[in-house]
Design a protein around this ligand. Structure first.
Ligand code: SF4
Length: 300
């Protein structure tokens, strides 16, 4: 007997669903104008291929194409890019997730209030680049403990964080920063969808024999889920699609836990479950019974 359990909160979040819906609508009402996203709309290769198939093209430079409709991705964009796009004649369609927008606004407010603005997150991640851009490039990025050196001597420190940061690491870095400044203002801007996915993944990893975390290898929130799950000591594999599953991983395992990042489409999760079912049917004791159990996916 084996169980395949899907985490309570897995797959597309509110912000990603919203961005995909805006992109589909824009492609459908393009008025024959080309439609672009500056960088991938979301960090999932299958979703980006789908968008390409309906005429939403990801670009990395404004100069490489004729002006058309430019969708600002869910991670937001550096304001200079938006200004440059408008000047070149692009029509801007804003799909920035409202939770990312809120973080950008908090960072701007902290700057106005004369705080040394700190963004806890990955320096190269587009969301972090965008947030720093909203402080005119003045915010300090703290990606790891050694970056905290840059804050020595600062009295007033205002903190925001990348929305997909792991709660545990955010708390660790905040505690270190607390040792430096005298006046510290903290906006805990990790979004609810991220927190729910982290909690559901941890709970599931505790009772599973093996965890598969599905999502883009370039997806920060999926990578954090895989790291969290791995820290429980359970064998954890971060995969993008079903054909990466190795039957050897599943030998002797009874409870298979699945979680997926906020940018993982539902059909990719379904394909993984089908593949697991077919592998487990082959390697399980044929006289034993099979039980497939999926927890309700809330997707919020
Ligand atoms: S993970 Fe959170 S911040 Fe990012 S798009 Fe989803 S809801 Fe928005």
């Amino acid at each position: 007997m084996f169980k395949i359990i899907l985490a309570k909160n897995a797959g597309f979040c509110f912000g990603v669903k919203r961005a995909m819906s805006i992109a589909k609508k824009t492609a459908g009402n393009s008025s024959n104008k080309p439609v672009y996203t500056f960088g991938p709309l979301i960090h999932n290769p299958q979703a980006v291929s789908y968008l390409e198939s309906i005429g939403v093209h990801s670009i990395s430079k404004l100069d490489e194409v004729q002006p058309g409709k430019l969708i600002v991705r869910s991670h937001g964009l550096h304001p200079q890019i938006i200004t440059a796009a408008k000047e070149k004649g692009f029509e801007i369609i804003d799909a920035t997730c409202p939770f990312v927008r809120r973080t950008q606004d908090f960072a701007k407010t902290l700057l106005k209030e004369n705080y040394e603005v700190v963004v806890i997150g990955e320096a190269e991640h587009p969301e972090v680049v965008g947030i720093v851009g909203h402080t005119d490039g003045k915010a300090v990025i703290v990606e790891n403990e050694s970056d905290i050196e840059k804050l020595v001597g600062r009295e007033k420190i205002g903190i925001v964080t990348q929305t997909t940061q792991s709660m545990e690491y955010f708390q660790f870095l905040v505690m270190k920063i607390l040792e430096i400044g005298n006046e510290i203002k903290i906006y805990k801007t990790i979004c609810g969808a991220t927190q729910k996915r982290q909690k559901a993944t941890l709970e599931l990893a505790e009772r599973a024999d093996i965890m598969l975390i599905i999502g883009g290898k370039n997806s920060a929130n999926t990578t954090h889920l895989a790291q969290l799950s791995g820290k429980t000591g359970k064998p954890t594999y971060h995969i993008e699609k079903s054909d990466e599953i190795m039957p050897a991983w599943l030998k002797g395992k009874t409870i298979i836990g699945i979680s997926a990042g906020a940018s993982t489409p539902a059909y990719v999760i379904k394909e993984v479950i089908s593949k697991l079912e077919s592998i487990m049917e082959k390697i399980s004791d044929p006289s034993g019974s099979r039980l497939l159990y999926k927890e309700e996916v809330v997707n919020d």
